[in-house]
Write a protein that binds this ligand. Structure first.
Ligand SMILES: *Cc1c(COP(=O)(O)O)cnc(C)c1O
Length: 351
């Protein structure tokens, strides 16, 4: 069975590095646990490092973290479903929202529970995932004023997810202007949540925009890098999470299959470059466990050449010391980590 190893000391170090940097810029950090399937040990490490809140996209993850005794507050990242309004207000202290009709449902549910539910209103400044258009922000805020059990605590935006739009002077200036207008409209100080790990290069430069006072960070802490160019953050560990699997076959085979080539297991017609005979290892790791293309082998000379549901093919011609039964480790990219963390086939070892 493949093993995902999570080094909590390294995660805590990365989280502290980012929190301290953010603090020096007047920015609070929500630690995002969704890529780790809301593993409570990870959330505890984030809290020890000084994140202001734990943020996750799934109510199930928040429920599990609460049950494990993780200190909140908890932020729900994915826009709430109206059908789950009661769960949202009982599990999440804050949710991100972009629909007034959803706020009505949350208000009703919060009233029934006797709580005030806090809300960050998301604005779309160009990435075209969630958020109201800028011109619709104030009408939404005015609409929210009638909701006695809803408190808007801030506005936010999400970038570099669907459209790959990076945070820049224009979209951050727009968010800042909107925050000023929103504060005037509501008559109080608000959170201005500028984005995710795509803002980290900026945070670590000297030009972080004044007026942005919160970031929601997952990948930056967990993989130790920003997400515009996926450059390492200075001083961060890049190997806090590793994925390991066992070699189950090791043979010298040609690099081009023998016979007529049709579709592979996933409906693609593969093509091959003839590199002669190669030493190839098969690992007990496949698409049911991870995203094979997102794996970087830690074994020098090894190269991922393909994968099916349960088998990963590794060219180990340049790593001649390996044997059947050896374990090979990889640094997972974001997609590979997300798949491994959520796969029931992958054992999680937290230490
Ligand atoms: C996933 C998510 C984040 C965190 O993104 P990272 O790139 O992992 O830092 C922040 N905000 C929202 C709304 C998200 O869905």
């Amino acid at each position: 069975m493949a093993v995902l190893t999570i080094d909590l000391k390294k995660l805590e170090h990365n989280a502290r590095l980012i929190c301290e940097r953010a603090q020096s810029r007047g920015v609070s950090v929500y630690g995002v646990t969704k890529v780790m399937a809301g593993l409570s040990e990870v959330a505890f490490a984030f809290k020890r490092a000084g994140v202001e809140a734990i943020a996750d996209s799934r109510l199930e993850n928040i429920a599990a973290m609460r049950k494990a005794g993780v200190p909140g507050p908890f932020v729900l990242l994915r826009l709430p479903s109206v059908s789950r309004a009661a769960e949202v207000v009982s599990l999440a202290d804050v949710s991100l929202n972009s629909e007034l009709c959803t706020l009505l449902a949350l208000n009703r549910a919060a009233g029934e529970l006797g709580v005030t539910h806090r809300v960050v209103v998301m604005v779309d400044v160009g990435d075209l995932r969630e958020g109201v258009w800028p011109k619709d922000l104030l009408p939404m805020l005015i609409g929210s004023l009638k909701l006695r059990n809803i408190e808007v605590i801030g506005i936010g935006t999400n970038l570099a997810c669907y459209g790959g739009v990076i945070p820049d002077e224009n979209n951050m200036a727009l968010l800042r202007e909107l925050a000023v207008a929103a504060e005037a409209c509501l008559g109080r100080k608000l959170v201005a949540s500028g984005g995710n790990s795509s803002s980290l290069a900026w945070l670590f430069s000297d030009q972080f925009p004044v007026g942005i006072n919160n970031l929601r960070i997952g990948e930056g802490i967990i993989l130790g890098r920003e997400t515009v160019d996926r450059q390492p953050l200075p001083g961060a560990y890049l190997d806090a999470c590793t994925l390991t699997a066992e070699i189950i076959e090791l043979k010298l085979k040609p690099s081009v299959p023998i016979g007529t080539i049709g579709q592979d297991a996933f409906g693609a017609v593969p093509s091959f470059v003839d590199r002669g005979l190669r030493q190839r290892a098969i690992l007990s790791l496949g698409r049911q466990d991870t995203v094979p293309a997102g794996l970087t082998p830690l074994l020098p000379g090894a190269e991922v050449i393909g994968a099916s549901s349960d088998h990963l093919l590794l060219d180990v011609t340049a790593a001649p010391s390996v044997r059947v039964g050896d374990w090979v480790s990889f640094i997972p990219g974001y997609g590979a980590l997300l798949a491994a963390a959520t796969s029931p086939y992958v054992r999680k070892v937290v230490g």
